[in-house]
Structures are given as C-alpha cells and as structure tokens.
Design a protein around this ligand. Structure first.
Ligand code: ADP
Length: 486
C-alpha cells in the first residue's frame, strides 16, 4: 500500500479558515477510499488537541527540536478512518485565535518559527527519524506553511518523493532576512534561485524550488500563475518548472454538501424534486429577517479580503436592491468592507442581511436558500463555493478566472447541455453587473433556468477521479525515484 504523509496547516472540522481545510479533509479521505494509506500531519492547535483528547489519542514519540519539546500524538480525523498526527508543542500552537493570527487579526509574531518547527517534525517523520515505525513513500505539502519540508528533505538519502500544492500563490510566507538567520538554515539557501525573494525569506519558494512536483488546484490557475498578471512575482520560477507543474481541479465532499441529506437544512430537495428549495429560501429569509417575497435572493459567502471582489459586490448592489433583489452575505475578515456593507443594510433593511462571522451551518443554508451565488473574485485558484452552489441548484455568477472558469459555464457561451451559470470576463463592476442582469433575465424563463439548475446539480464535483489524478502523480514520482530509474 502506498503511504502518503499529507502535511497541512488546517483541516476540517478541526480548524478552518478557508478552502484548504475542506480539501485537507476530503482529499485524504478520497485517497484512502482508493486504497492509499494517507496520514495527515497538523499543528496541535487547541481545537485539534481537544478532539484528540476525546479520541484518547496516543503519544507515540517525543522529540527535541531546538529548545522545544514536541509530542507527536496519533489520533483520527473525526468522522473518518484517516490517521491524524498532531504536533503538540504548546508554546507555539496552544493559542486562541486562528492558525495564523491573534484575535485582533494580527499575524502571530513568530509564525516563521512555528511553521519551521512544523516542517522539521514532518521532515523527521518522512525520513523515519521520528521514532515512529510508519514511513511515507510521498510527502504531500500544502501552501507556504509546509514549504520548508522539501528543503529539509532535498539532500537526504532515501528520502520520500515530494509534492507541493499551491492553494493560493498570494500567501507566500515572507519574513525578514534576520529570521532566516535565526532559523539556522544553511547560508547557501540564501540566493534568488532558492529561498530569497527580493531581500526576504520566502517559505513558499521552498516548495516551488525543491518539490519533486508542483500542483495547483485547477488547470486554469496552473496556466495563470505562469503569467506576470497572476504570478505574484513567482511566474518566472513557475515557468522554469513548468514540466513539473500541473493543475488538478479540487473536488468537494459530496456527502457533507448534499441537498438531499444535509443536516444543516430543515428540508431537503433533489434534482427531480426542487419544490423544497423554495422552502429553504423561505426559512432563510425568516432566519435572516428578510421580507418573505419571491424576489431574487443573491448570496455571498467568503473571507472578506481584496481577492474576493467585495468592492465590486458593494458597487453593483444599489441598482439591484432598487429593483427589489435581496442580498444575504456571510463573511469575516477585513474590517474596511464592513462600513459600505452596513450602509447598504441600513438603507435596505428588509432586503439586505449581513452576518459578519464564521458560521458553518448558515453557510449551508445560504447555499441552499439563495437563487444566485456571487463570486466576483479578482483571482480564484479553484473556489469551492461555486461547486457547492451548483450542487444545490443555486446558479453561480462568477468572474471567469482560475478554477471558476474551469467549473462554471456561461449560459450565453455554452449550449443548453453544458451551461450551468453566468460568467463575466472584464475585471470591472459594470461587467459583473451585466452578468447578474443576464441571470435575472434568465430567471424569467423558467425552462432555461431549470435547465441550468439541472446541469449544475448533475455535475460530478466528487473527488473520485480527481483524487486518482493525485494517485497517478504519486506513482509517477515513485517510478522516477525508484533505484535504477534514471
Ligand atoms: P478560500 O480558500 O479562498 O477562502 P474557497 O472557496 O476555496 O475560498 O473556500 C472557502 C471555504 O470557506 C468554503 O467552504 C466556504 O464556505 C467557507 N467559508 C468562508 N467564509 C465563511 C464564513 N464566514 N462562514 C462559513 N464558511 C465560510
């Protein structure tokens, strides 16, 4: 059985700030179903440690990393049979707030030290030097927090193969040169072809330079990040490594996100029985204090950061609300978006609902209860919400970038057999508004609307084939690294 160590800084349901957590739970599970032996390694954050205590986790090894004592605890990812290793180091990980920031939204001052230690422990485990009998064939690293793992493994004898997945190239783990020195990394790594990036230390470059393979979460984003417009300064490096880079579209957990059987909903529906979707809408309107009318209900869920196009969302709302549309937003993040959103809610109190929080249950209800789902992202590596909404018969209106362009097919461009939503190409609020207006026109033609809903709901967003692509990648690396291979 092929053994995979999946290194991640978040995993649902233990700790989640975005899509990485969903993927870090659902991909390992899908790989296990395909017969791979996947173990996840995660920092021992408080919620994860709490779950481990409930599962009577076992301490399998004690390590001394610099002046930190670390326990490696073995447990299971709740609700699955996937083995989970927790890097228990209270001085670095036992903190309130999210994995990267304190409760004021400031980055933890020692993030470099925290994730360097995490990478060292994962690398020791990968080399069979952590006093644990299980040793992987492949280490699958995810985002900058794991970028030093391939660095630590690079010159080691009999090391496993490495895959580095980019979930979002905009987050690079950049730190001042003093930190590079303080971490005690080899001086030879300090050059522009390795860990230096314009005078700073870059964690993500560790993965991009030293990973045996680089993947990202959609074919569209894999192409885009090789261009200056989307490459965040790393497009040259990615072009240089293009023969090792590919895009594999993310899948979703189709059991957790299923309108026929969703614990978060009061009533369920299916492709052949859409009537109850209207009840989900009525329930949502009631829960959010929106007027119980048949007007189009537009939804947004996401991190409130520049990437997600919130300024375009705020700009297009007034004319739509003027026409009677309703708007439900669930998000948390940058405070600068709150004022303009609150102004909309003040002016149209029966039509606008803002939930400035993180709420898993409400995210399912908005996905089910809305008519249209808004994703005007400036860039989007893959995006999960458009796939969730497609599966729930809630038509997405998206900016045609990255994974959004790979999963949403426009009503105007595609034949009736494929179209499942609405896309806008120009990066402007006017272009976004144009797409919403086309969607509202389509809603007046119930037959076309149903057709789009049908196409969306019958799409295959599962991990089955997509996880197999990772499996093929692992096998390719192993064949390349096998003794005697050249
Ligand atoms: P990203 O990783 O850039 O945040 P994705 O679309 O890939 O974007 O994934 C976001 C995930 O986080 C989705 O599962 C989405 O439903 C969830 N999410 C984001 N913000 C919230 C929130 N405020 N409440 C509940 N879920 C949220």
């Amino acid at each position: 059985m092929i053994r995979i160590l999946y290194a991640t800084s978040e995993v649902f349901p233990l700790v989640k700030t975005g899509g990485l957590a969903d993927v870090s739970a659902s991909l390992p599970e899908a790989l296990c179903r395909l017969g791979y032996d996947v173990h996840i390694i995660l920092p021992g954050y408080p919620a994860a440690m709490e779950a481990a205590r409930n599962e009577s986790a076992l301490c399998k090894a004690r390590l001394q990393i610099g002046h930190h004592s670390v326990n490696l605890l073995q447990t299971r990812l709740p609700g699955t049979s996937v083995t989970l290793w927790l890097v228990d180091c209270p001085a670095l990980f036992d903190r309130a707030g999210n994995p990267y920031q304190n409760s004021k939204g400031e980055d933890w001052w020692d993030n470099a030290q925290r994730f360097e230690l995490f990478c060292r422990v994962a690398a020791l485990m990968a080399l069979g030097q952590a006093d644990i009998s299980w040793v992987p064939d492949i280490v699958h690293c995810n985002d900058w927090q794991t970028g030093l793992i391939p660095v630590f493994l690079e010159h080691q004898q009999n090391r496993p193969g490495t895959v580095f997945t980019i979930h979002n190239l905009a987050y690079q783990g950049l730190f001042p040169q003093e930190i590079f020195r303080a971490l005690g990394l080899a001086d030879s790594l300090w050059n522009m072809h390795e860990l230096e990036f314009h005078g700073e230390m870059s964690f993500i470059k560790g993965g991009l330079v030293f990973g045996d393979r680089i993947t990202t979460v959609s074919p569209g984003y894999a192409r885009e990040i090789q261009t200056p417009a989307y490459g965040c300064g790393l497009d040259g490096l990615l072009r240089h490594r293009q023969d090792k880079l590919c895009g594999i579209l993310n899948g979703i957990d189709t059991r957790l996100w299923n309108p026929e059987d969703d614990d978060c909903l009061e009533c369920h529906y299916s492709i052949g029985q859409l009537k109850n979707k209207a009840y989900c809408k009525a329930n949502l309107q009631q829960q959010l204090g929106l007027k119980p009318v048949k007007a189009p209900l537009l939804g947004f869920i996401g991190r409130m950061v520049e990437q997600k196009g919130l300024d375009w969302l705020v700009a297009v709302m007034p004319p739509l609300l003027e026409r009677g549309c309703q708007f439900a937003l669930l998000g948390s993040g940058d405070r600068r978006y709150e004022e303009p959103l609150k102004a909309l809610a003040l002016q149209w109190p029966e039509q606008v609902s803002l939930t400035l929080a993180y709420d898993e249950v409400l995210s399912h209800r908005i996905t089910a209860g809305c008519d249209l789902f808004m994703m005007p992202s400036r860039f989007e590596p893959c995006g999960l919400n458009q796939m969730y909404s497609l599966r729930y018969g809630t038509l997405p209106v998206v900016h045609a970038v990255g994974g959004l362009r790979d999963t949403v097919f426009d009503y105007a461009d595609e034949g009736p057999g494929k179209a499942n939503g609405f896309c806008f190409k120009e990066a402007t609020a006017a272009s976004f508004l144009g797409a919403i207006e086309r969607a509202l026109d389509c809603r007046k033609k119930p037959k076309s609307w149903r057709r789009l809903q049908h196409n969306g709901m019958s799409g295959d967003y599962s991990w089955k084939h997509r996880a197999q692509s990772y499996g093929d990648l692992y096998l390719g690396i192993m064949a390349e690294r096998a003794p005697g291979a050249n």
